[in-house]
Design a binder for this molecule. Structure first.
Ligand SMILES: *Cc1c(COP(=O)(O)O)cnc(C)c1O
Length: 381
């Protein structure tokens, strides 16, 4: 897909609906749930994912992810569910990276067995270890890079090659990177999902999800999604379109702040380790350079006195202890108490998520203010 406009222009204008009647500058919002069926081939209905606002926003998202088509869902998990279950049946097998968003792990552990769908969680980041797990009934390979909360990377090109050579569909949760920092379709990954609750929404006030892919695969997902019923409401579709207009500006500012904060924490005496792909100390920094356009606004760190991490977050004044991520405001969270709390402590530790780990979603505030906030909280513990 060549000759595209710049990312800011695409964030603002791609897919926008023209207000032919009143000549307003922004997309009109069409709320109808009832549309004419006479002389219309493509019957419109919100649950069919084909209303004017849904189609308009899906064009913007497809443009940002360099994909042919997209669908918009009521949550990230609804998108993740549809991206997998549209292709799975009893007896199938899926290969997963083990370092995944906690809700995705819950979905796998709790729902797959009801349908007798097999899975393997691969703890390594080496492609050879994924190859070993492919069986005759394997249908999908599902990854998340950078992963939540440890910011681990997997080689996108290697995963897509492995999928193609074995007739599998590759799926990535691209939430942490956002379409600004990483476009997996450029490396041949088949399906890209986002929790739009995070960077795409960007203001901690929208719950949504997206799937982007080729026309062929999206049409297949659509066939099933009409039955699952997970579309996003028209009001929120409109608000999400508005939010994405500033996606590039926000993410660029978050990347810049996160890099500085990672460097600040890395040399801080209170900190034991920092996980951020933009640090040269990150074991996959070279891979990050190859496949990412920016290192993102997410980082995690471990304090030397792990037991004090909870106390530390209570002393912060600007940075909010809050679940979720990707908003313009900086938030910090303990994965073991939030996103990964439904997973047993034993499993968490196996995945490398210790109880003291803090995950930092860096916002767009002024860097000096964030640094000062961290400094005063370190001094108090
Ligand atoms: C939040 C999140 C999800 C789930 O999205 P919801 O919008 O909460 O349903 C999936 N993957 C990642 C990486 C997330 O951060």
């Amino acid at each position: 897909m060549k000759n595209k406009k710049g990312l800011n222009t695409r964030c603002i204008h791609d897919g926008e609906l023209k207000d032919d009647k009143f000549k307003g500058a922004v997309s009109p919002l069409y709320l109808s749930t009832a549309y004419d069926y006479l002389e219309v081939v493509d019957h419109k209905y919100p649950r069919y994912f084909n209303t004017p606002n849904q189609l308009a926003l899906s064009k913007k998202i497809s443009s940002l992810e360099n994909c042919e088509k997209s669908l918009i869902f009521g949550s990230g998990i609804a998108a993740i569910f549809a991206s997998m279950f549209s292709f799975l049946k009893t007896g199938d097998h899926v290969v997963f990276q083990s370092s995944l968003y906690g809700g995705t792990i819950n979905l796998i552990l709790k729902e797959f067995k009801k349908f007798n769908i097999e899975h393997t969680l691969v703890e390594s980041l080496e492609i050879e270890d994924y190859k070993k797990e492919i069986k005759s009934n394997t249908k999908l390979i599902y990854i998340e890079t950078p992963s939540n909360p440890l910011l681990q990377l997997i080689d996108l090109k290697a995963v897509s090659d492995l999928a193609k050579n074995n007739n599998l569909i590759s799926i990535i949760d691209n939430t942490f990177a956002s379409p600004i920092n990483q476009n997996p379709s450029d490396f041949g990954i088949d399906i890209i999902v986002h929790s739009a609750t995070k960077y795409l929404g960007g203001h901690s006030d929208i719950l949504a999800g997206t799937i982007s892919s080729s026309k062929i695969l999206i049409d297949k997902i659509l066939d099933s999604s009409i039955n699952y019923g997970g579309n996003l409401s028209e009001h929120t579709v409109w608000l999400l379109e508005r939010s994405i207009k500033t996606l590039f500006l926000r993410v660029k500012a978050q990347n810049k702040n996160a890099q500085k904060i990672a460097e600040f924490l890395y040399v801080n005496d209170n900190v034991k380790s920092v996980y951020y792909p933009g640090l040269e100390s990150h074991p996959q920094h070279e891979l990050a350079k190859r496949q990412m356009n920016g290192y993102g606004g997410m980082l995690s760190f471990l304090m030397k006195e792990e037991k004090k991490s909870d106390e530390f977050t209570r002393f912060l004044k600007i940075i909010k202890p809050a679940m979720s991520l990707g908003g313009v405001e900086s938030t910090i969270t303990s994965p073991s108490l939030t996103s990964h709390s439904k997973i047993s402590k034993e499993k968490r530790e196996k995945f490398g998520i210790s109880d003291g780990l803090l995950r930092f979603s860096v916002g767009i505030e002024d860097y000096e203010d964030l640094k000062n906030d961290l400094t005063q909280a370190f001094e108090k513990i």
